[in-house]
Structure formats: structure tokens, C-alpha cells
Design a protein around this ligand. Structure first.
Ligand code: NI
Length: 190
């Protein structure tokens, strides 16, 4: 089932997510629905707050980043994962800049600097615990989604000037005054 994606301005996007238990009701279906919702919107990641749940759950599938005809040196084509109760233990390496976007903030993009490498501990959908190191674009997508479960959005990192430039656009998104190709829920829609 495709769920509506919560738009910028909804308070749920600002909540710190809580850890969930293995018997969280309907978890398997929720994860399936999140993948369906993400693919429908052509995203590479989706966090639970974006579908209205302030819990520490996010999914990623970077196959959309693997470009036709180009060598998939980072292994992005087969990187599909569920992260439950994740905790980033370490971030290191040089900061690198990447132009980010977000399904909750359509048509807004911005360059964000983040460290190139992370070590993260999480549970997968079978409640197996993992501690893994990621770098490059995989790390980037995880960092962006991980921020969501802490109530942080990529726009928070933009310069004051850039923030000012997109202010009006963000307001319009909250009101639903945008054209988008997927289902959304707008906090200020009349
Ligand atoms: Ni996002």
C-alpha cells in the first residue's frame, strides 16, 4: 500500500524517533508499505517519520543511483536495507559535499557536507544485529535517513543565504501548493 509522504512543516518530521520492540504491531507490513511508497516516489531512502511515525526505522535502496551504462563501483545497484533502532557509532574521513534532496521537501535541493565514512549499529528486519562500516554514497543516504529519525532535515545544514532563498518554497510545500507525482500529506493544506 502506498502511504502518503508527510511534507515539510509537519511536526512529526521534527520529533526524535523512539526505539521499537520486535513485537511492534504490523512491522512487516509497515516495512513493505514503506518500500512501495519509496519506489513509487523514485526515492533512494525513506524514514518512518516521513510516513507519520516517530520511530527509529528507515529503509534504503540505492539502485536508483546506479546509472545506466556506468560501472557500479560502489555496489549501489544491490544496496537495499532496513535499519531498525540504528545508532551511528562513529563518523570520520574527509567531509564531502553532495547535492541532497528529500521526498518530504520536493523540488528543493542543496549541497550538504558530511563525513565520508560511518560505523553504524542496527537491527535488520529479522532482528539480527549488525555493526557495519559504510562510505561514499551509501554512507550519505544512511546519514540523511538517520537524521530523519533524529528530527533533522537536510535543509537545516544550508547556509543562511540559501535558507532564505528557499523559505517561500518551503512554505508553499507545507500548504500543498506544489506539483508532485506522488501521494503526500500537507500540514497546512486547507
Ligand atoms: Ni529525506
Amino acid at each position: 500500500m502506498i502511504l502518503p509522504i508527510v511534507a515539510y512543516g509537519d511536526p512529526v518530521l521534527r520529533k526524535e524517533g523512539i526505539d521499537i520492540a520486535a513485537d511492534y504491531p504490523g512491522l512487516e507490513k509497515l516495512i513493505d508499505d514503506m518500500f512501495e511508497t519509496m519506489y513509487n516516489a523514485h526515492g533512494v531512502g525513506l524514514a518512518a517519520p516521513q510516513i507519520g511515525k516517530a520511530i527509529r526505522l528507515f529503509i534504503v535502496d540505492t539502485s536508483g543511483f546506479a546509472e545506466e551504462g556506468e560501472e557500479d563501483t560502489e555496489g549501489l545497484k544491490d544496496f537495499k536495507k532496513v535499519f531498525i533502532n540504528a545508532e551511528i557509532l562513529e563518523e570520520d574521513g574527509d567531509d564531502f559535499s553532495f547535492n541532497e534532496g528529500c521526498l518530504s521537501i520536493p523540488d528543493v535541493r542543496g549541497d550538504v557536507d558530511r563525513p565520508e565514512r560511518i560505523i553504524i549499529r542496527y537491527f535488520d528486519q529479522d532482528w539480527k544485529e549488525h555493526t557495519e562500516t559504510y562510505e561514499g554514497l551509501k554512507a550519505r543516504v544512511i546519514q540523511h535517513e538517520y537524521d530523519h529519525i533524529d528530527g533533522i532535515l537536510f535543509t537545516d545544514y544550508l547556509s543562511p543565504l540559501r535558507k532564505n532563498m528557499i523559505k517561500k518554497k518551503l512554505k508553499n510545500i507545507s500548504k500543498g501548493q506544489i506539483q508532485i507525482g506522488y501521494r503526500m500529506k500537507f500540514p497546512l493544506a486547507k
